[in-house]
Design a protein around this ligand. Sequence first.
Ligand SMILES: [Zn+2]
Length: 60
Amino acid sequence: MPEQHCPICEQSFDPQHSPSLPFCSPWCREIDLRRWLDERYGLPIEREEEPDFSRDEPAE
Ligand SMILES: [Zn+2]
């Protein structure tokens, strides 16, 4: 019987009975999705702050 290892909970399961491959369950699939989103949002997507060079000009 073919078995697959769930990357989230690390349990072996029968992939033929899983609706959420490569995960063992929809629950694990959602956990993986949230991890992925957390990593994505953890990165700086846009830099709206630009360095203000005019402030570095020495006052005359
Ligand atoms: Zn799992």
